[in-house]
Design a protein around this ligand. Structure first.
Ligand code: NAD
Length: 496
């Protein structure tokens, strides 16, 4: 793959697995179509890796990990820094492929790639945080701790943020001296391959980063492989449960679970209503609503309900839905026909249960892209707690307006779920923001913003939304293991 002609390259004709530093053609009797959501067109037919092929990749990654773990901190920093540089240089072309294989607007895809630049930059300077402790015990004894790599990491990703999810796992795993086998979702399997090429060009030894294509069956072979030492998963709660079970079954493997959510945004009576509308749109319509931390439950104080609703509907109707490759597009295509139908099912189900649709939820025909998976952002009112949309993650652009009277009521509705990925509030009252943030059961809380993200800040859920963290120094806990060494500077005392 030539990074300088990435956009024009015949990327999809290249072998679809990246193993040992090379594009490898694994042929199997199980194939899958690589789809283009913006047009509904099939771009290529690729193969899922078999158990034997998975075994070969794990062997490659295990061998390469030893070299990588033995490399100096400067070498690792250098590779990660160079990766950040190359991602930045080729941002537009990578975003093009992300847009093509995911359907998100090109402006968002570019922002995703730039966020990967930040992530690699951050972890390129992380060596200091991987140091151990020296623990004096008494004049002749001390202990020290070593923070060591875990080994081969199997990372399994969802489809909504393909290159970002891959980066969030890869950058810290590599900084800690692990090797990694990334299995993207078959729905957005392309850009992890580009990251492989960039890491290779940046000087990463062959075999330290690998990509295999696969579905649940392939992923299970990977997870249950004896030489895979750690699993990092991003995806749905039902799949997360199966992966946890598999991690326990074969040999005890530590696992990171980045799962789904059912989040809420509370717009208080003192809020700047325009800011509340912006937060609500950010919390629901980015990436066609296919964001794990999205706050589909928008709780609005009754005193500002009318103004908020009118402004929200007006702004939502102004959103530009269209070809994701066009710079002006704000709402692109859903990931698949099946997923679009699922989101429509939530909307129609809610209406059948008594909800009122006040905006959107319509299939949109984009000229020249007639079979693309487009759906206009939807707003529902008259929501009650017994409705499926109130209880389940929708993972689409469906915003539920739920009025409230008191702080206690708002917090109760926001916390009325077993999931706990995110929550947000809009207020000008600093004391209230502190008070409410403390009461919200969520791993990530946003005040006067939503879905804000930084490599410096840990991201992850509580409750059924998972455990472990990505980003920040916190993630290092999850890609290393601690060794404690006791040292006696004299002779060993005989206890007998
Ligand atoms: P999914 O659970 O269907 O699939 C995720 C990955 O798991 C895919 O790579 C898939 O091939 C693999 N997989 C599926 N079944 C498996 C099995 N039985 N064993 C092993 N692997 C299996 O999820 P999805 O539809 O790709 O993604 C949407 C979900 O991901 C939503 O619930 C969303 O909230 C969640 N998500 C969470 C985060 C987060 O950081 N918390 C981020 C993005 C998406």
């Amino acid at each position: 793959m030539n990074l300088n002609t990435l956009k024009e390259s015949k990327l999809l004709e290249l072998s679809s697995h990246f193993v040992g530093g090379n594009h490898v053609e694994f042929v199997s009797n199980r194939q899958f179509p690589v789809m283009e959501p913006r047009s509904g067109r099939k771009l290529a037919t690729w193969h899922y890796a078999t158990a034997e092929q998975v075994d070969l990749v794990v062997k490659t990654a295990k061998q390469a990990q030893k070299t990588w773990a033995g490399s100096t901190w400067m070498k690792r920093n250098e590779v990660l820094k160079k990766t950040a540089e190359l991602l930045k240089t080729h941002c537009d072309d990578i975003a093009y492929w992300e847009c093509l294989s995911n359907g998100k607007p090109i402006s968002e895809a570019k922002a995703d790639v730039l966020s990967c630049v930040d992530t690699f930059n951050f972890y390129s300077g992380i060596a200091h945080d991987l140091l151990g402790h020296h623990i004096p015990l008494d004049p002749s004894r001390y202990a020290y701790t070593r923070r060591l790599p875990i080994g081969v990491v199997a990372a399994i990703g969802a489809w909504n943020y393909p290159i970002q999810t891959c980066t969030w796992k890869t950058a810290p795993a590599l900084a800690c001296g692990n090797s990694i086998i990334y299995k993207p979702s078959p729905l957005s399997p392309v850009t992890a391959l580009i990251l492989g090429e960039i890491l290779k060009t940046s000087g990463l030894p062959d075999g330290v980063f690998n990509v295999i294509q696969g579905d649940a069956e392939t992923a299970q072979h990977l997870i249950q492989h004896r030489d895979v030492a750690k699993v990092s998963f991003t995806g749905s709660i039902p799949t997360g449960k199966k992966i946890m079970a598999a991690c326990a079954e074969r040999n005890i493997k530590p696992v990171t679970m980045e799962l789904g959510g059912k989040s809420a945004l509370i717009v208080f009576e003192d809020a700047d209503v325009d800011s509340g509308v912006a937060c609500a749109m950010m919390a629901n319509f980015y990436s066609q609503g296919q964001v794990c931390s999205n706050a589909s439950k928008v709780l609005v104080h009754k005193s500002v309900l009318k103004e908020f609703t009118e402004k929200l509907v007006e702004k939502t109707k102004e959103l530009k839905i269209g070809d994701p490759l066009k710079a002006e597009t704000q709402v692109g295509a859903h990931i698949s026909e099946e997923h679009r139908a699922r989101v429509e099912g939530y909307i129609n189900g809610a209406i059948n249960e008594g909800a009122t649709k006040i905006c959107g939820g319509d299939r949109i025909q984009v000229p020249g892209l007639d079979n693309g998976y487009y759906l206009s952002p939807c707003i529902l009112t008259d929501i009650t707690p017994n409705m499926t949309v109130y209880k389940e993650e929708i993972f689409g652009a469906v915003l539920l307006i739920i009025p409230f009277d008191t702080e206690e009521e708002a917090v109760r509705i926001a916390n009325d779920t077993d999931m706990g990925l995110a929550a947000g509030l809009v207020t000008k009252d600093l004391a209230k923001s502190y008070r409410i943030s403390e009461q919200l059961n969520a791993g990530n809380v946003y005040v006067n913003t939503f879905n804000d993200v930084s490599p410096l800040v840990p991201f992850g859920g509580i409750g059924e939304s998972g455990f472990g963290r990505e980003n920040g120094v916190a993630v290092l806990e999850h890609y290393t293991q601690l060794k404690s060494v006791f040292v006696n500077t004299g002779t060993c005392p005989n206890p007998f």
